[in-house]
Design a protein. Structure first.
Length: 676
């Protein structure tokens, strides 16, 4: 493993995955360790010890679910919220829409802050940034002292009215808080989300403060240990947009890490789409704790700022559009009050893990059910490095079977079916609910558990083709070594086409470009930087915007006219109509800077033909039948070889199952292409 240039590390809920590229030999190595939930950096350090010279690595990219899990499990800090007088209830009023229009028992999602920790400051700006009410600095100090009197408050979120136009008041409040509470981290909305829409800006700023103490403590420990290992300055943390950040900057803006870990699979899927010329791919990334789904359409992943932690609780930072549910190999089976079998979202995690891990877990999980059904070989888990306890798995599943009055095998199969249907909902969210036809897509399964379930997911989703990539058990970590550094900068700049201030828009765009360049330079990237500019615009009076690419740095009469013409054309294409002559409102300005780096080269497999030699067989449960199923070693497969189902294809970090009506061929890069 000498000469490795880059290592990708994905800290998951159950395993920490490693993928390393050696430019000298052109080879990629992969391995994984159990995650250490109480201190994730220990799992990282343990994994790095398997490399003989970590200090010799040129770059380490790290993805983590620390922020994701803190949000989903509501394990963040206790925070205070400071806002303009009269607006403390914005996080609680939220929006006027409802999750269910006819459910009178429905209750709005609780924000990440309690009302008793919300404080008001006399101050006010107009929508144009004019001072309506001067900032009352004495009141700011009084609020700071109240917060200081409550030692349980760990961070402060500041979001004042119209601060995205002029942040002077917010910055002054933060300065006073720094004097009174020098050790308390503060998030201000202008730094977190300088965009309009008061509730979304408040919710995102609150989330940033909610995460800051936890992420800061974790990243500071990481920085210390990685510095001791000699690699601290080489580490980049993956952001939700698929780009990277330094550990220090990530700790300062933790909301950017909300979907850090899952982005790697999306990036890796895009690489496969471009390399193997697939038009439409949908990822099904099933790990130990969660399942993540996203689409790559026409070779591009979709970015969004329309993300919600829970229904009605938005985070509007740029991120790859990923839908995550609590379903994975560690999802726990339980019986509800109506006597019905349910799966998850509770997970056994890494400690104690599924019963089969033999680490003290007693609850039946998806992994235990797969062991019972013969889909996972307990003697070859992680390539034989970790032996599973099949008897413990059966005992755990038996507790569920007894409650249901079923045989153990039937209960295990029922567990798998329910878990599959939970994950089908995630696939439908990213396909059918967005107007995409599953028949146009290829299902890319990754995560340690994804290939085990791909045969079933193809069957019930109506997706006709499947693809199991190389390193499926470390697919996100693989994506990290293939990504580019990326910075997104957004800001609200409200303009209308009838009174368009071209100089102001150009000035703000230039400022955003300079900030994006500065962040990339801080990470050590100074060459091959590409910058993309766009605006979000709508007809005056509409409530949703279209993104229009800006083709210029400065504006003249012709370029402004071209911008409005392209908006009309795009509106026609999207909604079927346009209104020439109608006033257009420009709302947000967006700048993306990408530092294009050299990518690892994927090797082409030698050619083969026919069906490869089987390594043996074992009984596997399909539907109602147990079938003697041949097993194959993926590491021995050659380009062009085919396998007809039923079959089990084993590798070190996962196992691919083929149903009797499915077949598989190996493509030139070693991907397994499955068809019905």
């Amino acid at each position: 493993m000498q000469g490795i240039d880059i290592i990708g590390i994905d800290i998951g809920g159950t395993f920490t995955d490693f993928v390393a590229y050696d430019s000298a030999s052109g080879t990629i190595k992969n391995w994984k360790n159990l995650t250490t939930p109480k201190d994730p950096i220990q799992g990282v350090l343990q994994g790095l010890t398997q490399h003989p010279d970590p200090a010799g690595v040129a770059k380490i990219r790290l993805g983590t679910t620390i922020a994701t899990n803190a949000l989903l499990e509501r394990r963040g800090a206790k925070i205070a919220y400071v806002t303009t007088e009269g607006f403390r209830d914005v996080p609680f009023i939220q929006r006027g829409d409802r999750r269910s229009h006819y459910d009178i028992s429905w209750i709005k999602t609780k924000p990440l802050v309690r009302r008793r920790e919300c404080f008001e400051i006399p101050e006010r700006l107009s929508a144009k940034g004019e001072v309506v009410t001067e900032l009352d600095e004495a009141a700011v100090r009084e609020v700071a002292l109240k917060i200081k009197a409550d030692p349980s408050i760990e961070a402060v979120a500041i979001c004042t009215l119209f601060s995205y136009v002029d942040p002077t008041h917010e910055r002054r409040i933060a300065e006073i808080f720094a004097q009174v509470l020098p050790d308390l981290p503060v998030s201000i909305s202008y730094n977190v989300l300088p965009k309009w829409k008061e509730y979304e800006r408040a919710s995102t700023t609150i989330a940033d403060a909610y995460l800051k103490p936890i992420v800061s403590r974790s990243f500071n420990r990481m920085q210390k240990h990685l510095d001791e290992l000699g690699v601290g300055e080489k580490v980049g943390v993956i952001k939700s947009n698929g780009g990277e950040s330094t550990l220090r900057r990530a700790a300062e803006a933790p909301v950017q890490m909300s979907l850090s870990g899952p982005t790697g699979a999306a990036v890796a899927t895009r690489v496969i789409a471009q390399l193997c010329q697939f038009e439409h791919l949908v990822t099904f990334d099933m790990g130990g704790t969660s399942t993540d789904c996203t689409t790559v359409v026409d070779g591009k992943e979709h970015l969004t700022t329309d993300f919600e932690i829970e229904w009605g609780l938005p985070i509007q930072v740029p991120m790859i559009d990923i839908h995550t549910i609590g379903a994975g190999g560690g999802s726990i089976a339980w019986i509800d009050k109506g006597g019905m079998l349910r799966m998850g979202p509770q997970s056994a995690g890494a400690d104690p893990g599924p019963a089969a891990y033999g680490r003290g877990g007693e609850h039946a999980t998806v992994t235990d059910a797969n062991v019972v059904l013969g889909r996972i070989n307990p003697e070859y888990f992680l390539g034989g490095k970790m032996k599973l306890d099949a008897a413990a798995a059966r005992r755990a599943v038996k507790t569920i079977a007894d409650q249901l009055g079923m045989e153990i095998d039937d209960a295990a199969y029922a567990m798998i079916q329910i878990a599959n249907n939970n994950m089908l909902g995630a696939l439908r969210t990213v396909l059918l609910q967005r107007g995409l036809d599953p028949r146009d897509f290829t299902l890319v399964s990754s995560g340690g558990a994804g290939p085990v379930h791909i045969c079933d997911m193809m069957e019930i989703s109506g997706i006709p083709r499947g693809l199991v990539p190389n390193y499926p058990g470390q697919f996100s970590a693989f994506g990290f070594i293939m990504t580019d550094a990326r910075v997104d900068q957004h800001r609200t700049v409200q303009q209308v086409s009838t009174r368009f201030e071209a100089e102001r828009v150009a000035r703000v765009a230039k400022e955003l470009v300079e900030r994006a360049y500065g962040e990339l330079h801080e990470q050590g990237y100074r060459e091959n930087i590409e910058v993309y500019r766009s605006v979000e615009a709508r007809y005056l009076g509409q409530n949703h915007e279209l993104e229009i690419v800006l083709n210029c740095d400065d504006f003249d009469e012709a370029s402004v006219a071209d911008l409005w013409a392209r908006f009309h054309a795009q509106h026609e294409a999207r909604f079927g109509f346009a209104i020439p002559g109608e006033t257009i409102e420009l709302v947000n300005l967006k700048v993306t800077a990408v530092a294009l780096g050299e990518k690892p080269k994927l090797r082409v497999l030698p050619e083969g033909s026919g069906t490869p030699a089987s390594t043996g067989s074992r009984r596997v449960r399909f539907e109602a039948d147990w079938i003697d199923t041949p097993t194959y070693d993926r590491d021995t497969l050659l380009q062009g070889q085919t396998i007809a189902g039923p079959a089990v294809i084993e590798e070190s970090a996962s196992v691919t199952i083929l149903r009797p009506n499915q077949s598989m061929r190996v493509d030139p890069y070693g991907n397994l292409i499955i068809s019905v």
